[in-house]
Design a binder for this molecule. Structure first.
Ligand SMILES: Nc1ncnc2c1ncn2[C@@H]1O[C@H](COP(=O)(O)OP(=O)(O)O)[C@@H](O)[C@H]1O
Ligand SMILES: O=P(O)(O)OC[C@H](O)CO
Length: 507
């Protein structure tokens, strides 16, 4: 233990829009934060890419800033935990480390046709083995697209000259100076080629998608020493000891360690996860996913992935210019006593759970001559709460567990109007903790546990503290009517991109 005295844990939290790095001490206090945005590329409607080198540069700047702000040196770090936007797919050259193409981002819909084909014959096989609903969201079809579309890549892949990774894998590979090629079970469980029961790459699915196993990383638990940082990269040799997808890391950081405990993260999208313990619960419209591998066991979660929530607030700000800064959305929405019949469905990239419609597109409905900016603001915030209710209903049905409280985190949870409306529309208590950095904290805990910086989950759970509880106040009848209006609005958004395609109005 003594060599850990006076040391800290560093979390690298690589998200969809920015790379962050946070230094934590043993009491989970934040000592330093670095955060840098990187560009988003939209080469065609529905396509989303990142440049892996830009992700890397942002992540390196972020950890340098975090260490500087904390006034500590690289050798003061006891362990590094990595957490990441999940599913985003990178293939790079094994020798040079250079990406062969941009990263295909989780939101990207370019593989919709590949997935349509898979759904016809393999829907049940995929669901059973991977726990996922076949969708363009996941990595497997993105890998296939790259192998089919980047000239010469398939040959290189077959010869083992290139490597695949989700962003965690890519970062760990670069941090270790190209020595370590691993993925943790939680990230592997988002690829659609990983068997979540056997904890191995699934040969049948690899064959169906034509993916050579040689390019895949080694699947590992979420908390163990995978290797060490290259001093040329990090400035010291430090254990890389934690890895988890950002939503699973948030579940860990929210100390949801008992079956039935649920967290909901409000960021670009919303991701609700329920810990289901060592049992993978099957579900028709939610995902069965790996929460983490820890202490020689694997725990599972049920997940409802909602693709666009906070991103719709950004859209109000950046595209419609209805607000100048995100925080203005709250007073604007609250200036109305109700939505006055205006609903918004944020299906910008289709709809995820529980609809899984790759062809749904966004709509705003109920507009009259009296509709103002405030209606847009309110309809956007309400949509986040309704989509969350859609998911919670499925989760309670699938698990047979009545959720007592929803632990929340993420950028949009500072919006008190949204949190109160959420509690009202769910009829369930919403609990916001003191520490909002639960994703980074989860990654730090996983890394810290691996090196003995923290000793147990019980010790960690004691550090979780409530900041505000939002109790439901809406009467049942109003709740039901508003929600019924939402379901009608959603119906009208489904399949729209298909309609356009069939009419020859889009590709
Ligand atoms: N006051 C607010 N009300 C609602 N949403 C907000 C508010 N402030 C920020 N947001 C949204 O929160 C999101 C950022 O949260 P964050 O957890 O950093 O997301 P991510 O990790 O997905 O990038 C943005 O999409 C932003 O629009
Ligand atoms: O980067 P975030 O926080 O928006 O999370 C993205 C999710 O991991 C996508 O599955």
């Amino acid at each position: 233990m003594s060599d850990l005295e006076g040391k800290y844990v560093l979390a690298l939290d690589e998200g969809t829009t920015s790379a962050r790095a946070i230094v934590f001490d043993r009491e989970s206090n934040i000592l330093g934060v670095g955060q840098y945005e990187f560009p988003q590329y939209y080469p065609k409607p529905g396509w989303v890419e990142h440049n892996p080198n830009e992700i890397w540069d942002a992540q390196v700047r972020a950890f340098k800033t975090a260490l500087e702000k904390a006034s500590i040196k690289p050798e003061d770090i006891a362990a590094i935990g990595v957490t990441n936007q999940r599913e985003t797919t990178i293939i790079w050259d094994k020798k040079t480390g250079e990406p062969v193409y941009n990263a295909i981002v989780w939101q990207c819909r370019r593989t919709a046709d590949i997935v349509d084909e898979l759904r016809k014959d393999y829907y049940d096989v995929i669901k059973e083995k991977t726990g996922l609903v076949p969708d363009s969201y996941f990595s497997g079809p993105k890998i296939k697209w790259l192998l089919d579309n980047v000239p010469g890549l398939r040959e290189k892949a077959e010869k083992g000259e290139v490597l695949f990774g989700t962003v965690d894998t890519f970062l760990i590979w670069r941090l270790s100076g190209g020595k370590v090629h691993v993925v943790d079970y939680s990230n592997a469980s988002r690829t659609m080629i990983f068997n979540i029961h056997k904890l191995e790459w699934d040969q049948e699915l690899l064959e169906i998608l034509g993916i050579p196993e040689a390019i895949l990383p080694e699947p590992k638990p979420s908390s163990e020493i995978y290797g060490y940082t290259d001093p040329k990269v990090f400035g010291a040799e430090v254990p890389i000891a934690g890895d988890a997808g950002d939503q699973q890391a948030a579940l860990f950081g929210q100390a949801c360690y008992k079956p039935g405990m649920v967290k909901n993260t409000y960021g670009t999208g919303n991701f609700m996860l329920m810990n289901t313990g060592e049992k993978p619960y099957p579900s028709k419209d939610l995902l069965t996913t790996i929460a983490w591998g820890l202490n020689g066991k694997v725990e599972y979660a049920l997940e409802g992935s909602i693709f666009i929530t906070g991103a719709a607030v950004q859209w109000l700000r950046d595209s419609l210019k209805i607000i100048e800064v995100s925080d203005e959305v709250e007073p604007l929405a609250a200036s109305l006593a109700s939505n006055e019949g205006v609903y918004f469905v944020p299906a910008f990239v289709g709809l995820g759970a529980p609809y899984w419609d790759q062809y749904a597109r966004g709509l705003i409905i109920g507009i009259t001559r009296g509709t103002r900016r405030a209606h847009f603001a309110r309809a956007v915030l309400e949509s986040i709460a309704y989509l969350t209710k859609d998911v919670l209903i499925e989760m309670e049905n699938d698990s047979g567990i009545k959720v007592k409280e929803l632990r929340v985190d993420g950028g949009a949870t500072k919006n008190n109007f949204l949190m109160q409306f959420q509690a009202d529309i769910l009829g369930t208590k919403v609990v916001r903790p003191v520490t909002q950095e639960t994703t980074a904290l989860g990654a730090a805990y996983l890394a810290g546990l691996a090196v003995g910086y923290w000793n147990s989950q019980e010790e960690i759970a004691k550090m979780w503290k409530v900041e505000t509880e939002f109790e439901p106040q809406m009467d049942e009848q109003t709740r039901e009517k508003l929600y019924a209006g939402w379901k009608e609005a959603v119906k009208r958004s489904l399949g729209w991109a298909k309609v356009l395609k069939d009419l020859g109005l889009s590709e």
